[in-house]
Design a binder for this molecule. Structure first.
Ligand SMILES: Cc1cc2nc3c(=O)[nH]c(=O)nc-3n(C[C@H](O)[C@H](O)[C@H](O)COP(=O)(O)OP(=O)(O)OC[C@H]3O[C@@H](n4cnc5c(N)ncnc54)[C@H](O)[C@@H]3O)c2cc1C
Length: 478
């Protein structure tokens, strides 16, 4: 058998029978073409909008498989996509007609409780990480949905429920094992391949395939206070103002996300509230639960909430709270933008956008993040993530069921984003939550700011041919 497969030049090449046989024989995991059983599973992504079909999918079992897959790609100049947890909304974990390097079988997490570190494989999900670390009352900060992949989230920054106390996920990365474009396995840390380590803390999938991460862990819970009162949209502006002022003086123990949300028609909620638009000043208090209970009370008493899901809970349960409402396969189009302030005009614009939100996109949350605390105290040039001075970030996480609603919802998202960008932002956003392919190089450059030039130099050093380009791409320096 031979295989026609896409190259980086955009033309097809043929892998001959012997090359394919040798490759299949070497790989411990699965090597799949469209005709093989298991191929559809390798292609599952969170975003149901993405329909891309690689010519060859390699489901790796370990670093040796990753090394061989990268060598195959670089020897034959193949278009490559790398898949961790498959949650990237832009869909770059898949490529059309090229080679897919899928790490979803590599999900092991090993905790060293005494040393307070964890080694986490490149295909692990947040729930794998939380399950193992919380068994020892430890945590590393990550995201808020348990099905999200550790790899993509970490390489792009990582914003979650304990970031104000312990920083971004990248701030807790101690070392990375990675296969670079030349097929070399390398360790990157503060003392080895330091330039690569710096670039991996925010520079995304541009520099190779990460086979494992080592993280710093911190004590947490396991029971912590979760704040989640839901107020009617009529109170939106008042609740937003109280939340902003509350957060201005909040200690690092409290990390928050302010949701503009529509209560779904779901057994978890009273049927009479289905379809109601609400605002939720949500958060987690990363200290003693009783202290947290007292601390969040003012956010739960801004008038009378329609519903209040607050309470002291196991952290692992909080991490899975949103899972049922963001199921795999829904259609998604997301954008995320840094906002310079939260004055009356910004608040009016956000509330107006929410009121105007299409009824068909009934699972379309706007999520506002207050970005202070430990994550804002890291020097801009300490990691590739760059500028830490942005006080707020708004996510437009449009998500719907029926393809006939796509045009309207995408148009709505673009229009709200453009309006907010023009009026309230000096540019840039969180690339992990953007459909950045269309935002282009200027947006990526604005996001990185002062780290952009150095990132391009490091890209040139480790991936001069831009083998890893299915990502928010950093072009090698000229
Ligand atoms: C429902 C949902 C909730 C989310 N919540 C949060 C949140 O709370 N906080 C937050 O910060 N982000 C959040 N995100 C965004 C998330 O960080 C990104 O979607 C991220 O890309 C997910 O990583 P992944 O491994 O699952 O993605 P994938 O789609 O598998 O990969 C995305 C990209 O990451 C790179 N990549 C993946 N694995 C590897 C690897 N092993 N080595 C090298 N490169 C790799 C590749 O470039 C790939 O194209 C959320 C996304 C969704 C859909």
């Amino acid at each position: 058998m031979t295989l026609s497969i896409m190259t980086l030049a955009g033309t097809e090449t043929t892998l001959d029978h012997q090359t394919l046989e040798d490759f299949r024989n070497a790989i411990s995991g699965d090597v799949l073409t469209e005709a093989d059983e298991g191929y559809p599973e390798a292609l599952i992504l969170h975003n149901g909008m993405i329909d891309r079909r690689p010519a060859l999918a390699v489901r790796c079992r370990g670093a040796a498989d990753v090394i061989d897959a990268v060598k195959l790609a670089s020897d034959h100049n193949l278009l490559v996509a790398v898949k961790g947890g498959g949650h990237g909304v832009a869909g770059n974990a898949l490529c059309d007609r090229g080679l897919l390097i899928d790490l979803s079988l590599m999900r092991a997490v090993q905790v060293d409780p005494a040393g307070r570190t964890a080694r986490v494989q490149g295909g692990a999900l947040l729930r794998d990480l939380d399950r193992e670390t919380q068994a020892f009352g430890l945590v590393t900060p990550a995201g808020v949905v348990s099905e999200t992949g550790v790899a993509g989230l970490t390489l792009g920054g990582g914003l979650g429920w304990v970031r104000a106390k312990y920083g971004l996920t990248v701030d807790n990365m101690l070392s990375v094992d990675i296969v670079t474009a030349d097929g070399q396995f390398r360790r990157a840390s503060e003392t080895e391949n330091e330039d690569l380590f710096w670039a991996l803390r925010g520079g995304g999938g541009n520099f190779g395939v990460v086979t494992s991460f080592e993280f710093q862990l911190h004590p947490l819970g396991p029971i912590v206070m979760f704040c989640s009162p839901m107020y009617a949209i009529a109170q939106a502006k008042e609740v937003l103002r109280v939340w902003r002022d509350f957060m201005a003086v909040a200690p690092d123990d409290f990390s928050t996300e302010f949701f503009f949300w529509t209560i779904p028609d779901h057994p978890d909620f009273p049927a009479e509230l289905a379809g109601q638009k609400v605002v939720i000043p949500a958060g987690v208090y990363a200290g003693p639960a009783d202290e947290g209970e007292r601390f969040v009370r003012p956010l739960r008493e801004i008038g009378t909430p329609l519903l209040d899901l607050s309470g002291a809970r196991p952290f692992t349960e909080i991490q899975q709270t949103f899972d049922p409402y963001v199921p795999k396969g829904m259609l998604n189009y997301w954008k995320a933008l840094y906002l310079d302030s939260m004055n009356e005009d910004v608040m009016d614009a956000l509330v107006a956008a929410f009121e105007d939100q299409p009824v068909t996109a009934n699972r379309c949350p706007l999520v506002l993040q207050a970005l202070g605390g430990a994550s804002s105290r890291v020097a801009d040039d300490a990691t590739a993530f760059g500028d830490r001075s942005r006080p707020y970030m708004i996510e437009l996480n449009s998500s719907w069921t029926y393809p006939e609603d796509s045009e309207y919802n995408i148009g709505w998202t673009r229009q709200v984003f453009a309006d907010l960008q023009q009026r309230f932002s000096r540019g840039g956003g969180y690339l992990n939550m953007s459909c950045y392919d269309e935002d282009g190089e200027v947006f990526i450059k604005d996001t990185f700011g002062p780290t952009w030039g150095r990132l391009r130099e490091i890209k040139k050093k480790y991936d001069p041919a831009n083998l890893f380009r299915m990502n928010y791409n950093i072009l090698p320096a000229e």
